[in-house]
Ligand binder design. Structure first.
Ligand code: ASP
Ligand code: MG
Length: 403
């Protein structure tokens, strides 16, 4: 029997009506003769609401207790979903992460799945039951509950699909697939039929809020056939896989990411070891650095600037302040009113005109570029946040002209 893993996000299970709707999708899949493993997220804003409750009681709550709290949301969805299926006469059983054998490391609130002990799930499947697993959670070696980072239910689903050798992993959400740009910013955006793992990884990292980044990493590593699809409409979604028909499309999507801030160290000594000092300091606090730019040295000094996530800005600035004698910058400035706009496409690696075309579109829209970063399959620019949406539209129009 084919095995399908279906994951339903928070909006897809937000209330009784939505749960009924999803139960319909699951029972159809089951009735067609598939084994079905379902992964659910917490209903609607439940996880945010739980976090708000913790903040009222103790803003400094330990991450262990936060995980204990946050994991509760998925428990509710899983049991309700099993009840909805049972009422329809579909045999179903709900499980928490630990019951489903999801073993993680002990990095509370951002744990990684180490392995999944699938015996229990397999037993239930061979008894012809639909297995509903609470997403986003697991258990560590101390028998503590852990969670996988916000949006982590996608990763639960892909990890289960990989461990169970599922034939397909469907991620049901409130959008009907992956678009060439966020349709809320760019009404001309079109849905992609397929996209490669690598492109999806870049899009996920660069601000397309469709899939949890780690879920795509896992899908690529274990070659899981993945599909992003809407639970609300009956249209085909987007397939994520190793290779896709290249078509004429060199660029697959345009993204905007507001979670970026730039730090500039002006006038640091132009001597060996400076970059090492700065970035080993930053790394010591596990702060992720994205774009790095160093100017040409003049009069014995140079400038180094780099970007971090907004949430890390304060810590990074503090760190630089505490170590200013070692770094010796004339001044340290920052800008958190910026956005990163990127284009992604596996086809651009061999096409040198792509970056120029992007820059031309920005220039025509009168938008100033502050920093540039490229890789084989992406070009990112840093611009004023006020220009970000106009930039997405201009760049999208350049690569996906309306005709
Ligand atoms: N409920 C968790 C969150 O909101 C996990 C998820 O939705 O995937 O982050
Ligand atoms: Mg959620």
């Amino acid at each position: 029997m084919p095995l399908i893993v279906q994951k339903f996000g928070g909006t897809s299970v937000a209330d009784a009506g939505r749960i009924e709707n999803v139960a319909g999708i699951i029972s159809d899949t089951y009735a067609k003769g598939n084994n079905v493993v379902v992964v659910v997220s917490a209903q609607g804003d439940t996880t945010d609401d739980l976090i708000a409750k913790a903040e009222e009681i103790n803003p400094e709550a330990s991450r262990r207790e936060m995980d204990m709290l946050m994991a509760a949301g998925e428990q509710i969805s899983a049991s309700l979903m099993a009840m909805a299926l049972q009422r329809r006469g579909v045999p179903a059983v709900s499980m928490l992460g630990w019951q489903a054998g999801v073993e993680t490391d002990s990095n509370y609130s951002n744990a990684r799945i180490k392995r999944i002990h699938t015996e229990r799930i397999e037993r239930e499947l061979s008894g012809n039951r639909v297995v509903i697993v609470a997403g986003f959670q697991g258990i560590n070696k101390y028998d503590d509950i852990t969670t996988l980072g916000r949006g982590g239910s996608d990763t639960s689903a892909v990890a289960l699909a990989a461990s169970l050798h599922a034939d397909l992993c469907q991620i049901y959400t409130d959008v009907d697939g992956v678009y060439t740009a966020d349709p809320r910013i760019c009404p001309d955006a079109v849905k992609l039929d397929e996209i490669t793992y690598d492109e999806m990884l870049e899009l996920a990292a660069l601000g397309a809020n469709v899939l949890h980044h780690r879920s795509v990493e896992l899908a690529k590593k274990y070659n899981v056939d993945l599909e992003v699809i809407s639970s609300l409409t009956k249209v085909p979604g987007t397939k994520v896989k190793e290779t896709v028909k290249m078509e004429k499309m060199l660029v697959r999507g345009v993204t905007r990411d507001n979670d970026t801030a730039r730090i500039a160290l002006v006038g640091v000594p132009d001597e060996p070891g400076i970059a090492f000092k700065i970035f080993s300091l930053i790394a010591s606090k596990k702060i992720e650095v994205d774009i790095i730019l160093q100017s040409i040295g003049r009069d014995g000094t140079k400038d180094i600037s780099f970007t971090v996530h907004c949430g890390d800005l304060k810590t990074a600035l503090q760190l630089l302040e505490e170590n200013k004698d070692r770094i010796n910058a004339k001044s340290v400035t920052y800008d958190d009113n910026i956005s990163k706009v990127s284009i992604v496409g596996a086809g651009m690696a061999t096409n040198s005109g792509i970056a120029a075309k992007m820059f031309e579109a920005m220039y025509s829209a009168g938008i100033n570029i502050k920093m540039i970063n490229t890789s084989e399959i992406k070009v990112s620019v840093l611009i004023d946040r006020a220009d970000a949406e106009a930039a997405v539209r201009a760049v999208h129009e350049a690569f996906f002209p309306k005709d």
